[in-house]
Write a protein of this length. Structure first.
Length: 248
């Protein structure tokens, strides 16, 4: 489970002074649930996810992930989390299998477990065709599937996906959405960050709309439709963000 309470992150910029990237974000995601974090570029999605994955230390507030505090026990959080970051690169001279194996070893897995897990992930992500090819030769979709596999090699209880289908063709994006849905079916706690409305509608049990570092609305799709008297998620998003900008 993931539970964040008043999570905030500020940065100091020489020209602009203090920047509040995330302000008092509170959220809760349960096992077997996909929590969609919906926001435009620069809304604070990635900063929030990096704090939950212990890559950034909160300025204030706290979060507990898989039973461990992100500040007091970051190493225990990392052992239970798979974090797919949009900017993570691959080692071009390694094959996909070598890349995934490397990360399995980093997570303390033995060789037989790593080999079995790679075959399982290759089945789920349809990777067998390029498993033994160098990453430098890969298409964008192949790279993303390899990144997902190496992120989840240790079969973590909590999975965090940051814009996982960005820049992918339709078929690869569909395969990844299907894989994320299967993760939910296996009882994983999933946070799915995106600005693609259709993916949120297909996948997410709960939706949080974030803008300018603030979590403005949270609920099921049905609850949000009722509250804002709109059926289309894009219209709901525009209305929520518009209300905040008027208030500001």
């Amino acid at each position: 489970m993931i539970e964040a309470l008043d999570l905030s992150k500020s940065f100091r910029d020489k020209k602009r002074g203090e920047i509040h990237a995330v302000s008092n974000v509170s959220l809760r995601a349960e096992p077997g649930q996909i929590y969609g974090l919906l926001g435009a570029n620069g809304a604070g999605k990635t900063t929030t996810l990096r704090m939950l994955a212990t890559l950034l230390k909160p300025t204030s507030g706290t979060a507990v992930v898989a039973g461990h505090d992100v500040v007091r026990a970051p190493e225990k959080v990392r052992a239970n989390v798979g974090f797919l970051a949009a900017s993570t690169a691959l080692y071009g001279r390694l094959t996909a299998r070598e890349m995934i194996t490397y990360f399995g070893r980093l997570n303390g897995m033995n060789e037989s477990t790593v080999k079995a897990r790679i075959l399982e992930l290759a089945d789920q992500l349809d990777m067998h065709e390029f498993l033994d090819r160098r990453c430098e030769k890969f298409s964008t979709g192949m790279k993303q599937k390899t990144s997902i596999a190496r992120t989840l090699i240790h079969d973590p209880a909590v999975m965090i996906f940051d814009e996982p289908t960005l820049g992918l063709d339709v078929m690869t994006a569909r395969a990844i959405v299907k894989f994320v849905r299967e993760c939910k079916g296996r009882g994983k706690t999933v946070i799915y960050s995106t600005h693609i409305m259709s993916e949120v509608e297909k996948l997410c049990d709960m939706v949080g709309i974030i803008h300018a570092g603030k979590l403005l609305a949270v609920g099921t799709l049905s609850e949000l439709r009722t509250k804002y008297n709109e059926q289309d998620l894009e219209e709901i998003f525009v209305k929520v963000v518009g209300m905040e900008e008027v208030a500001a």
